[in-house]
Design a protein. Structure first.
Length: 314
């Protein structure tokens, strides 16, 4: 935590963050983390299968956005696909559902989405987003305070299902109950927007080049959400939008997947970019073909963002 806060302080200074905002952001985090450390089971127990963002007495959603804002170079950041974002807004207003099938690069991705959408005039969409979140963000002491402020479907990622092996049946049962809850919500008249990373984790850099690459999507995960949409088709329509994220400059993950809690975190200041790609309707595509089409769209969107940022950095 010390290393992260040292880096975060440098970011806040570079961003010209007002002293009272800086003190409030750090003071809130410093007040919450010790409680999670002293009673981790209680902290993780605060997250149900579907967790609604805590907006009072302290608005944890806005606090999380405020906390990560100094780490973003907004003038060098981009939000592509505004026409698709406008479509999504209309779909939600009509009571239709939207899945954002995304790659994932940093723990701050939910806040990045909110901050960029708010700046583009789509804060109402950002506040509705439900993140499909692995158990690490509801158990890691550094992540829990930020997770409190997000709408979450809480699952166990496939990457951590076997650790430890004796817990696998309970984890599978938990995931099934979460998916059932998701299906119930999708069948409601109010439109839902769900962000999910079908890779099951964050992107990592290519050892040969050092460049981040989009992690492969799990076709079965994509298939589960598509099947869920098909089952609720008579109630309301569900749309699938590939969603590319270029956010690795802020809090790059470890080079390898770390199974245990307590990973090293480094706070850096840099640009971020998002591309809301064209909808994939999947007409005439089987599960494998649909997943491949979504993944290809995300990779193409990401390649464009990456080239844009590299050209800008020269």
């Amino acid at each position: 935590m010390e290393e992260f806060l040292e880096g975060y302080t440098r970011c806040a200074v570079a961003a010209g963050t007002p002293a009272d905002t800086f003190q409030f952001n750090l003071g809130t985090l410093a007040g919450l983390v010790p409680g999670v450390l002293s009673n981790p089971h209680k902290a993780s127990g605060d997250f149900e299968l579907f967790h609604r963002a805590m907006r009072e007495p302290l608005d944890m959603y806005q606090w999380g956005n405020s906390f990560f804002a100094p780490m973003i170079e907004f003038d060098n950041s981009h939000l592509e696909g505004l026409e698709n974002l406008e479509q999504i807004k209309g779909m939600l207003e009509r009571g239709e559902n939207v899945f954002l099938l995304a790659n994932h690069q940093t723990e701050a991705d939910p806040q990045v989405i909110s901050l960029l959408l708010e700046r583009a005039g789509y804060g109402c969409v950002a506040e509705k987003v439900i993140n499909v979140a692995g158990h690490r963000v509801t158990t890691d002491p550094m992540a829990v305070p930020f997770s409190m402020g997000r709408n979450l479907f809480c699952i166990y990622s496939k990457k951590y299902m076997e650790n430890p092996p004796e817990d696998k049946p309970a984890k599978q049962n938990h995931n099934m109950r979460t998916l059932k809850k998701m299906a119930e919500l999708l069948a409601q008249p109010e439109g839902q927007i769900i962000w999910v990373a079908p890779s099951g984790g964050r992107d990592r850099p290519d050892p040969a080049t050092g460049d981040f690459v989009v992690a492969p999507f799990d076709p079965k995960s994509v298939g589960v959400f598509r099947l869920m949409a098909a089952k609720t088709r008579k109630v309301c329509k569900t749309h699938f939008f590939p969603f590319a994220m270029w956010t690795n400059k802020l809090m790059p993950p470890p080079d390898t997947v770390q199974k245990d809690l307590g990973e090293r975190r480094v706070a850096e200041r840099g640009p971020v970019s998002i591309a809301v790609c064209n909808e994939v309707d999947g007409e005439g595509l089987d599960m494998q073909q649909f997943a491949a089409a979504v993944e290809a769209s995300v990779k193409a969107g990401y390649a464009k963002l990456d080239a844009q940022q590299k050209a800008q950095a020269k």
